[in-house]
Design a protein around this ligand. Structure first.
Ligand code: C2E
Ligand code: MG
Ligand code: MG
Length: 454
């Protein structure tokens, strides 16, 4: 072997080593930059891109967070099947928004994206709607007929924030509102930001009130009336006077309490308040009076939910007939099996179950057929237009016919006018509730007005 050949061989070997090293470095870089399950670029690549956009000057762009909803968290499948689901979801989103704009978040159930805002906010709104629809489509085998959705939060640079951390924080605020309170939509705004901080303040006052022996909370009772106008029961509604804020509507504080946990304590508190009140009323004034108490999904999902209610009924020595529980349609959609089991257990105790705000959600007949329900409560939104609007009359008739075929009783809420009352009785509604009869009032007023012998 001459010297030239040896040199060439050494050189070739060195070059090939170098190229292998480079391939390995590229591979390593690829691994660092891309998520192994979805193949998407990771968050740090997005941060780099945003830094670049911010650095180049006046580029306006939208930063978004897309988080899969509770129905995704509840899927019970093997890791492999979940990987497939996540991969398919990422592919669907990519198809709508273009590959280079979608990134994998550090959380497994979350994606991040960036969109140019050149076409204005309507362009983003259209894209986000398309993405949400794409995610919501059914997943076929290998993951069977699974469906989940997502929530989205978007903040725009530089309108809503000028640094990356602020952008992330504001998109997270918009997402949180979309996810939990559902009053703001997905796009950040200064009003949403202010509401978020106010909610945080209210939430901590609420928590303090709960820990301070439920100070500031009380119960209001609204009569439930039969077709002849006689009071047969009451709905118990929670009231809260927040220190420094005055009366806060339950439509505001109940969702706050649901998100952060105190609803479990508040729910138990109101149940005990109501049962001790009903016990007195049944024993002294009206033996067949019952109370209707609203129940949140969070409460129904507690492992000791049935035990808690059994204990409450027993400790007041009350039969199931004294209590009725109100759940909303959304509750039934969320976790059907657990909810079904618990509701069934309540029914076996003689407690009646009412489907609140019926007609505003998306209950399918299949759900009505499988879940233990006694009464449908026709939502105020439908009653509002009754009987003036012919469509509302048709809806009421349709509900009455569903009720009849399933053997439910019906209650109509939000009755404010005499003609609604008369019309609904004519349609065959069994129980009525609304300001026409009375607003929710204190226990003392309820007793004086409806229970005291004349
Ligand atoms: P809901 O269970 O559908 O209660 C009926 C709501 O309609 C009550 O509002 C009641 O005051 C109101 N209402 C009744 N009749 C009329 C009427 O003729 N006209 C009008 N304009 N309104 C009428 P409220 O007390 O503000 O409660 C709102 C919601 O908050 C309740 O809706 C329920 O979902 C929730 N909530 C209240 N108390 C509790 C509770 O103790 N636990 C839970 N989980 N939720 C509660
Ligand atoms: Mg109710
Ligand atoms: Mg209602």
């Amino acid at each position: 072997m001459d010297q030239d050949t040896t040199c060439r061989q050494l050189l070739e070997k060195a070059l090939s080593d170098l190229s292998r090293e480079r391939d390995r470095a590229d591979q390593l870089q690829g691994l660092i930059n891309h998520d192994s399950e979805t193949g998407l670029m990771m968050r740090h690549m997005l941060v780099r891109r945003m830094n670049h956009l911010i650095g180049t000057g006046n580029e306006r762009f939208a930063f978004g967070i897309l988080r899969l909803d509770r129905n995704y968290q509840r899927i019970r499948h093997s890791r492999d099947k979940l990987k497939v689901l996540l991969y398919v979801t990422a592919e669907r989103i990519k198809r709508v928004m273009g590959e280079g704009n979608l990134y994998q978040s550090d959380r497994g159930d979350e994606f991040l994206f960036i969109l140019p805002v050149s076409r204005g906010e309507e362009g983003i709104s259209k894209k986000v709607t398309e993405i949400m629809e794409a995610v919501r489509m059914y997943h076929n085998p290998p993951a069977s007929d699974i469906r989940f959705g997502c929530n989205v939060g978007v903040a725009i640079y530089p309108d809503h924030a000028v640094t990356i951390s602020e952008l992330e924080e504001n998109a997270e605020i918009a997402l949180g509102i979309h996810e939990e309170v559902r009053w703001g939509g997905y796009l950040y705004s200064p009003e949403i930001g202010a509401k978020y901080h106010e909610n945080n303040t209210l939430e901590s006052i609420l928590r303090n009130g709960v820990m301070d022996g439920f100070s500031g909370f009380h119960v209001a009772y609204q009569p439930l009336v039969d077709v002849k106008g006689g009071v047969i029961g009451c709905e118990a509604l929670m009231r809260w006077d927040a220190p420094g804020h005055g009366a806060v509507s339950p439509t505001r504080f109940i969702p706050l309490a649901e998100q952060s946990g105190p609803i479990v304590y508040l729910g138990k508190w109101i149940l005990y308040q109501v049962l001790s009140q009903v016990k007195i009323w049944r024993e002294t004034l009206k033996p067949d009076l019952f109370a209707s108490v609203n129940m949140s999904l969070v409460q129904l999902e507690q492992p000791d939910c049935v035990e808690m209610i059994t204990l409450a009924m027993n400790s007041h020595d009350l039969q199931g007939q004294a209590l009725q529980l109100e759940v909303t349609e959304s509750v039934l959609m969320e976790n059907p099996e657990v909810v079904r089991q618990n509701l069934l257990a309540f029914q076996q105790m003689g407690i009646r179950i009412m489907l609140d705000d019926f007609g505003t959600g998306y209950s399918s007949l299949a759900i009505l057929n499988t879940l233990p329900i006694n009464t449908l409560k026709i939502a105020k939104e439908i009653i509002d237009d009754f009987p003036g609007d012919t469509r509302s009359v048709e809806i009421v008739r349709a509900i009455m016919s569903i009720s009849e075929s399933f053997g439910f009783t019906t209650l109509a809420e939000g009755i404010e006018k005499e003609e609604q009352y008369r019309g609904l009785v004519g349609e065959g509604v069994d129980v009525l509730q609304g300001f026409l009869f009375s607003e929710p009032i204190s226990a003392a007023d309820f007793q004086n007005r409806y229970l005291s012998p004349v």
